[in-house]
Ligand binder design. Sequence first.
Ligand SMILES: [Zn+2]
Length: 53
Amino acid sequence: MPRGYCVKCGRQDKSKGMKEIKSPQKTTTSKGKAMIKGKCPDCGTTVCTFKVD
Ligand SMILES: [Zn+2]
């Protein structure tokens, strides 16, 4: 499961900002870089992370 940083959860406690991304979907930035976009499992905020592999 890809992980990303949720700014909303991280705002309250930085150590809790790192989340497993719920229902991740591959997407591409305007510059053609692969990204994964999904939802924070706790608050539902959109979370994005750059694909590592
Ligand atoms: Zn969150």
